[in-house]
Ligand binder design. Structure first.
Ligand SMILES: Nc1nc2c(ncn2[C@@H]2O[C@H](COP(=O)(O)OP(=O)(O)OP(=O)(O)O)[C@@H](O)[C@H]2O)c(=O)[nH]1
Ligand SMILES: [Mg+2]
Length: 279
């Protein structure tokens, strides 16, 4: 085609295509959602935030003790949602005052909590579950003892040599501390929800609840959200009883899973995003 004829041809054909591409980008920008991720320390907020941003499961990353604002600009086809930004909040006590501001600035929110601590197992159930010859379970048990150990240290328990032998002398005392550890977690969720309820009264937001560390619950089966409906409903009832600040309507937007690998993290993220998008 001679050059003078090619120019108008490119304008006629290319113009609308360019316009459509630009318009799509503008539309997405303004319709993209900002999600605020809240919850106590070590519940998995950054695992979820990193997954939404990069599509990768990152077990370890350089932890910073402050919140992060992440640019995402990504469409999640299955959930029909375009995520523009994420606030990955910090669960540290001195950072919670920021949650209110970030929540106000967001379209949606996720609240994460340790499902294993709500489920109400006894320490001996957990030891029996973890104490088998399996590398992955041994790794999880190590992490479990680190978190529980932090609590023990705060209470003055002689953590240097905790005896996780269920026949050991110290075990009864340790079990009592574990029960208090679960109660402390419930208190923390209740306190958070007292605050969150106040905030969403002023500035309504849709929240999804994500119970993590379900892989530390002996009866959990990967991808099954606690082995089917019965178990899931029992869990929900238990959560509503222990944390009456959570309304039933809010509890209907509940996802439970273990963020211990790509597949389960992806499944938790997609389910959570779908619940946020649904009316
Ligand atoms: N097994 C297992 N590990 C998890 C789960 N969720 C998080 N983790 C691990 O727990 C550690 C802490 O997770 P983070 O995502 O950093 O926790 P966070 O909520 O961002 O914590 P802060 O930023 O300190 O408030 C990481 O090593 C994660 O891999 C889970 O559901 N199961
Ligand atoms: Mg974090």
């Amino acid at each position: 085609m001679p050059i003078p004829l090619a120019v108008p041809f490119v304008i006629i054909i290319g113009g609308p295509i360019l316009y459509a591409i630009l318009w799509r980008k503008i539309w997405k920008y303004f319709h993209g959602k900002t999600i605020c991720i809240m919850g106590e320390r070590f519940v998995g907020k950054s695992v979820i935030a990193n997954f939404i941003q990069t599509g990768l499961y990152q077990e370890e990353y350089n932890r910073v003790n402050s919140e992060r604002k992440l640019k995402v600009s990504k469409k999640f086809k299955d959930a029909k949602i375009f995520v523009k930004y994420l606030y990955d909040e910090s669960g540290a006590d001195d950072q919670i005052n920021l949650w209110e501001i970030r929540l106000k600035d967001s379209d949606f929110a996720m609240y994460l909590f340790r499902a294993d601590l709500i489920y109400g197992m006894e320490l001996k159930d957990i030891i029996r579950y973890f104490n088998v010859d399996d590398i992955s379970l041994k790794k999880k048990f190590k992490q479990f003892t680190i978190y529980f150990g932090m609590y023990l240290k705060d209470t003055g328990f002689p953590y240097e040599h905790p005896d996780f032998d269920i026949n050991g002398e110290q075990f009864e005392k340790l079990s009592m501390f574990y029960d208090n550890y679960k109660k402390r977690s419930v208190r923390r969720i209740r306190d958070d929800f007292c605050q969150i309820n106040d905030w969403i009264k002023k500035s309504p937001k849709k929240i999804v609840l994500v119970g993590t560390h379900a892989d530390w619950i002996p009866w959990h089966e990967k991808g099954s959200m606690l082995k089917g409906r019965d178990m899931f409903d029992r869990f929900k009832d238990e959560l509503l009883t222990k944390v009456p600040e959570i309304s039933r309507q809010m509890a209907n937007r509940l996802v439970i899973g273990g963020l211990d690998g790509f597949d389960e993290t992806e499944s938790v993220v997609i389910q959570a995003l779908k619940l946020l998008k649904e009316n």
